[in-house]
Write a protein that binds this ligand. Structure first.
Ligand code: IVH
Length: 676
């Protein structure tokens, strides 16, 4: 720490940083640092706070289990708080754990330890009553998480009803475990996403977290999610006499829950270490990602006796594995221009083998990162591969730095079009703001034509590149005048009559896409398929979205201020407006009328405004919305005097209160079903 920075400032800075990382990890599901780096920062903050109690704050990220409910889903309060595990990184810390346990118990654990793999996914709490799954909830802040029951119900590894449901119908219990994605499923899914024009997920864990937050359960059902159970807790009055972790796992298996086949029951801490070392070595042989081992005192009586500290039990720890690293030479730093003009520095490496693949390139994230780590061309660098698809440069071996090397100077101009790069206040990225910059144009048009957007067959990245280079395409609107230039197009390489006719047919067909696909295709920052759907659902047409005020966009359920502002700004961009006008003139699907939805009006629903709140037991909220709209009604996000009905499911929150306050009629699910 520099002497000029006061302790108070350092603490404040760490808190800010950690809050931001928490948000990226839990809410955006896009972390930018590794768990280990996060832990190091948390530990630094914890030790500073312990040393300087005058700076204590109940709002510090150290004072809670990380995470926040997202507000996209109804809140779910846990019957028993969901704790997290203290992390250890070496043998000494594991031995320290054993010593503490022996001291507290006065003897070593009578029933030894269980050694489990630490699955790298998302923790899930499943509640069963009468033998049936009644709720699935994420951890959130440990006390309250998101109710994601509808999504969880689509995961086939999770039993909707337990085996022997009759025999155990008197039990109310909670199963905790990890939702995760197998590597094979993950890779397939990412390939699919790229084809659809959606950004690929960095790793299976992000993709699991992102999937669980998806609002459309039908989408969730298509994703290859899996589950492994690692904890059983009784929450009713009735309990079974199962006094060890191993017997509970066996019982879970009997009830139909997948449990890990790799769990071992051992006597001594040396065997614990053997287990941890074995899997540290052999983790790549598993069909899923793990990031460590979990060690638990097997006896539940002893677990109770040991109890917990604020956020984690004393009877269990995680042993986190070392990141997988290799050293190599950094030959060059090149810059990539993304679809939004974001400049990403890329490390061009002397090829090196790591975890079975040869690595030639790695991400350097941004200019700050290069500066902070003082990464220079010619350096020997440490390459790290977490579960991430893209390896990264973790650090520099300073001792091996060649003489005379100079710090890397970030260019002031775009590597592709030479226009000056912009560094917006408070952002880590540099941007090329020239809309005509060719890699951006290519990426934008490719995205527009991708399968998840306008789905224009024959307009993949290579063709787009060819057309852009030859000057036929500069904006998305140019796609729709390509057929005027047929003769000149025929002169291009690898271009034939048949191919062009197919392309023109594909272009024509794209005009019948629903407006949400067009909206997604425009490539507005933060507007993925989900958000595009929500916007069209809320406003009916792109025209209305374009006219909407910032507040109106912000009011749409699940749309936060950052997304709202991005959408709002986009439609006020003077360069965008004329392009959109032209597209509209060509008959592209701007208005909701183009949605070919069979509306059969029902008196009860016709022209009425509905607001949905809470969880429904027979359908997701999306499905309920569809059903309302298919009968001539409208579903909106917030309750006002204009609302005709509030449909309230289980655990309905503030919207129900508001409805009662305003005297809006409240429908139960049963009443709603009757009207359907
Ligand atoms: S036990 C109080 N067992 O690791 C004990 N956790 O911070 C609670 N995890 O949130 C967790 N594999 O998401 C346990 N075999 C395992 C696990 C496991 C993965 C995750 C879980 C938890 C985090 C620990």
């Amino acid at each position: 720490m520099k002497a000029s920075v006061s302790i108070g400032d350092r603490i404040e800075l760490l808190r800010k940083e950690l809050d931001e990382h928490n948000y990226r990890y839990y809410v955006l599901a896009q972390p930018t640092i590794s768990d280990r780096e996060f832990d190091i920062k948390i530990k630094e903050l914890e030790s500073l706070e312990a040393k300087y109690p005058e700076f204590a704050s109940s709002y510090s990220p150290t004072s809670r289990v990380s995470g926040e409910p997202t507000k996209l889903f109804p809140p779910a309060t846990h019957a028993i708080p969901m704790l997290s595990l203290a992390n250890t990184y070496n043998k000494e810390e594991v031995f320290e754990f054993e010593r503490r346990i022996n001291d507290l118990l006065g003897h070593s654990p009578k029933d030894g330890y269980t050694c489990e793999l630490k699955f790298d996914g998302v923790a899930m709490s499943l509640t069963y009553e009468n033998g049936k799954l009644v709720r699935g909830a994420t951890r959130g802040d440990g006390v309250t998480g998101d109710d994601v029951t509808q999504n969880v119900r689509t995961i086939r590894a999770i039993p909707l009803a337990i085996r022997e449901a009759k025999k155990y119908s008197h039990l109310k219990f909670e199963v905790r475990g990890e939702v995760f994605m197998n590597l094979e499923g993950f890779r397939k899914m990412n390939a699919e996403r790229e084809e659809l024009g959606e950004p690929p997920f960095a790793n299976p864990r992000n993709s699991t977290a992102g999937t669980l937050k998806t609002l459309d359960s039908k989408e969730v059902a298509k994703r290859p999610l899996s589950f492994t159970a690692y904890q059983l807790q009784f929450i009713g009055k009735e309990e079974l006499d199962l006094q060890t972790q191993t017997s509970r796992l066996e019982f879970l298996k009997e009830l139909g829950f997948p449990i890990s086949q790799y769990t071992r029951h051992v006597k001594s801490i040396d065997e614990v270490m053997d287990f941890a070392m074995k899997w540290q070595e052999e983790r790549d042989s598993l069909p899923f990602e793990i990031d460590g081992a979990v060690i638990k005192v097997n006896s539940l009586r002893e677990q109770d006796e040991l109890g917990k500290v604020t956020k984690s039990p004393r009877w269990a720890i995680a042993y986190k594995f070392e990141a997988r690293q290799a050293k190599t030479i950094l030959n060059d730093i090149t810059l990539q221009v993304g679809r939004m003009g974001t400049i990403t520095p890329v490390a061009e490496l002397e090829p090196v083998a790591l975890t079975g693949i040869t690595i030639r390139r790695a991400t350097l994230h941004n200019s700050d990162e290069i500066e902070r780590k003082d990464i220079r061309i010619g350096d020997t660098v440490i390459i790290e591969r977490g579960g991430d698809v893209i390896p990264k440069v973790a650090g520099v071996v300073h001792a091996k730095r060649p003489k005379g090397s100079k710090p890397f100077h970030y260019p002031k101009n775009c590597p592709a079009c030479d226009s000056p790069l912009i560094h917006p206040e408070g952002e880590v990225n540099w941007y090329c703001e020239n809309p005509e910059c060719s890699p951006q144009v290519v990426a934008r048009i490719t995205h527009f034509a991708a399968r998840g957007a306008m789905d224009i067959a024959g307009l993949g990245e290579q063709s787009v590149e060819q057309f852009v280079r030859a000057g036929f395409l500069t904006t998305i609107d140019d796609i729709y005048t390509l057929d005027d230039k047929k003769e000149t197009l025929l002169a291009l390489e690898r271009m034939g009559e048949k191919k062009l006719e197919n392309l023109f047919a594909g272009i024509e067909k794209s005009k019948t896409q629903p407006p949400e696909k067009l909206l997604f295709g425009l490539g507005i920052r933060h507007v993925g398929t989900n958000i595009a759907k929500l916007l069209i659902r809320a406003f009916g047409s792109i025209d209305v979205v374009a006219e909407a005020s910032l507040e109106q966009i912000d009011e749409v359920e699940a749309i936060g201020p950052e997304i709202a502002s991005s959408v709002y700004q986009y439609f006020r961009n003077p360069k965008i407006k004329p392009i959109l006008e032209k597209l509209k003139g060509r008959g592209l699907p701007f208005s909701g009328e183009k949605i070919k939805r069979d509306v059969i009006e029902l008196e009860f629903f016709k022209g009425k405004t509905f607001v949905l709140t809470g969880t429904l037991s027979t359908m997701s909220r999306d499905e309920a919305k569809d059903k309302i709209e298919a009968r001539g009604g409208k579903a909106t996000g917030s309750v006002s005097k204009k609302t005709d009905y509030v449909l309230a499911g289980v655990e309905a929150g503030s919207k129900l209160e508001k409805a009662n306050e305003l005297g809006v009629r409240v429908l139960t699910e049963e009443e709603f079903l009757k009207e359907l």
